[in-house]
Design a protein around this ligand. Structure first.
Ligand code: SF4
Length: 414
């Protein structure tokens, strides 16, 4: 019997998870399933397990989906699925667990496992619908062997792997042919791309029709002169560095087993700003790491004020079973973590406002991504959220260079 099955897929977590989710969407479409947001047959959660809180969110999201769409088949994929498989944990919330889905056969086995009467006509790649997104993620690296004290990722993602450069180029060309204007290079540990990240960037910048290349998170210690030089001089490079800091206190950085101290981090930021005074520097920060005293935290706040990040992703530390930090003494209460998170947020909002202000009355280059009925929204090369009044959405997926009229608390108005 031929059935027209539908699915909804949600990815939680980092850009690598988002990228993996998009590839899974392509595979499902090529197997003849239709994507919908309206009562799907299958709900797939590409779950993140980077923290205990992330795992909790996975459970909550699965439960919410089954309440919203009674009878829907629930699939758990991604890092959280791998974690549960490794630890032989029951996944009673999910009807199917899909730890890896590199090949179509595995995905088909999942669909037919859930719907045994499902048959499909193989589609060629030309039948795969292009995603509506204007920015596309291109995963070129996976795996990490850093073993930071709080992080489960090295245990889950295993050995480091890099996409061969010729394949990366082919993938980039495919994404451009689908209509994407900007590619975000992602990896768990992008700076470990082999043989050379800068060499890869020089190949990708030659892809015709590709207008922007953005780097996702990269460790500060892996940002060398050559990379800074490429970003400063390539007409396609986005002037944006996302450098995970995690703590602005040397004692805590050591306890976290991070591969740098604040002085090293500062030196990299100084080099970047020396070449590109208006480059965006964004970061990730963990508050409430075990043993983080008020004095340690005060050092972090001072460092944040000094560096003036234009965006900070704040994570309240949550112990992840199997990592050294989970059993460290002096675990902090949720109230302390929430308070510290608010204090960091105050600083980054202030720093972001100062950063946006520097662009007022200057030309900014924006890729318009969404339309809410009244305004277009998009991001500048420096990853500043921008908006402008519009009557329709015809400029979506267009790049416009225009003057910023005003800075608001959330970005720029043009
Ligand atoms: S560098 Fe550290 S935080 Fe990042 S994935 Fe590796 S172990 Fe985790």
């Amino acid at each position: 019997m031929k059935r027209n099955l539908t699915f909804t897929l949600k990815s939680l977590g980092c850009k690598v998870s988002q990228y993996d989710g998009e590839r899974l969407v392509e595979k499902l479409k090529s197997l003849g399933l239709n994507q919908t947001e309206d009562k799907p047959d299958i709900f797939i959660l590409n779950g993140c397990s980077v923290t205990g809180r992330a795992s909790q969110k996975v459970r909550q999201t699965l439960r919410a989906a089954s309440r919203k769409w009674p009878g829907v088949k629930l699939v758990l994929a991604g890092c959280e699925a791998r974690l549960r498989q490794q630890r032989s944990l029951e996944s009673s919330e999910a009807d199917w667990v899909l730890p890896v889905y590199d090949d179509l056969e595995t995905v088909l086995a999942m669909v037919q496992g859930l719907f045994p009467d499902y048959t499909f006509d193989a589609h060629g790649p030309e039948d795969i619908q292009m995603t509506a997104k204007t920015r596309a993620f291109l995963k070129v690296q996976d795996g990490c062997r850093q073993f930071c004290a709080y992080c489960i990722v090295p245990y889950l993602r295993g050995k480091e792997w890099s996409l061969p450069m010729a394949e990366a180029r082919v993938e980039a060309e495919k994404l451009v042919a689908e209509g994407h204007k900007e590619i975000v290079l992602t990896g768990i540990h992008l700076g470990h791309f082999e043989p050379s990240l800068v060499e890869l960037l020089k190949i990708l910048e030659k892809v015709e029709g590709l207008e922007r290349i953005r780097l996702s998170s990269i460790e500060s210690v892996e940002v060398g002169d050559e990379l800074i030089d490429w970003v400063a001089t390539s007409p396609k490079a986005c002037h944006h560095f996302h450098l995970p800091l995690q703590s602005g206190c040397d004692d805590i950085l050591k306890a976290m087993k991070r591969p740098y101290l604040t002085a090293d981090f500062r030196a990299v930021v100084d080099k970047i700003r020396h070449r590109m005074p208006l480059a965006a520097i964004t970061t990730d920060l963990i508050v409430g790491f075990p043993g983080e005293s008020e004095e340690h935290f005060a050092q972090t706040l001072a460092f944040l004020e000094e560096i003036e990040f234009s965006r900070i992703h704040i994570f309240k530390f949550s112990p992840r079973d199997g990592t050294p930090a989970a059993t460290m003494p002096d675990q902090l209460s949720n109230a302390v973590k929430a308070d510290r998170s608010n204090r960091v947020e105050e600083i980054w909002k202030k720093c972001a406002g100062n950063f946006y202000q520097k662009f007022v009355n200057r030309p900014v280059e924006i890729l318009w991504e969404t339309f809410d009925g009244e305004q277009l929204h998009g991001f500048s090369r420096e990853y500043i959220p921008c908006c402008k009044k519009a009557a329709e959405d015809s400029q979506i997926n267009h790049i416009e260079t225009t003057t910023a009229k005003a800075a608001t608390s959330t970005g720029l108005r043009v």
